[in-house]
Ligand binder design. Structure first.
Ligand code: S3P
Length: 183
């Protein structure tokens, strides 16, 4: 089966959406952000979906999205931070895509997410402790799901170049033509 999709995976804040958008521009391939896709379809934010229907309901929407997107070709897909923790999503997405883990340290993620208000799993008083526990529990699962791992703390354009090189994806647009403000 043709595995032409690229699925970006990793912890909240690792840069999946930012890198995905940039990778889409550089490779000329269409981009879809799974959380955004779910939000558009349900006309609610992820936070609202969690609040109104609970996490299990969101996970089902996420699975349906994974199945739907796995039927497409040549897409750049940024998964949610929880997507690749579930075997059913790994099964679906890996049939037609290569899973790329953006590896970022816990301390960098903590810094990036210090003011976050939109991620339901982080809106808690013991956020630092919860993040450490989730990080420890999730990283082995991401690593197991991923076909390749790249360092995700570099500037997004560098992460994209690493991904293109590792997966032999042609860059149709030079990453250097973007201004530093866009990187
Ligand atoms: C989640 C990560 C979020 C979003 C939801 C659950 C998780 O996506 O899917 O809040 O379980 O890690 P991001 O990784 O894009 O923040």
């Amino acid at each position: 089966m043709n595995k032409s999709n690229v699925i970006l995976c990793g912890f909240m804040g690792c840069g999946k959406s930012t890198v995905g958008k940039r990778l889409s521009k550089i490779t000329g391939r269409p981009f879809v952000d799974m959380d955004y896709y779910i939000e558009e379809k349900s006309n609610m934010t992820v936070k609202e979906i969690f609040e109104k229907y609970g996490e299990a309901y969101f996970r089902d929407l996420e699975y349906n999205t994974a199945v739907e997107l796995a039927q497409k070709d040549n897409m750049i897909i940024s998964a949610g931070g929880g997507t690749l923790l579930f075997e059913r999503n790994v099964q679906a997405l890996s049939q037609t895509g290569t899973i790329v883990l953006l590896n970022v340290s816990l301390s960098t993620l903590r810094y990036r997410l210090r003011n976050d208000t939109k991620r339901p799993l982080l809106q808690r008083p013991d956020k630092n402790k919860a993040m450490a526990e989730m990080y420890e529990q999730r990283m082995p699962l991401y690593t197991r799901a991923a076909d390749i791992t790249v360092r995700g703390a570099k500037p997004p354009v560098k992460v994209c170049m690493d991904i293109c090189k590792r997966l032999s994806i042609p860059m149709v647009k030079s990453p250097r033509t973007h201004t530093s403000a866009q990187l």
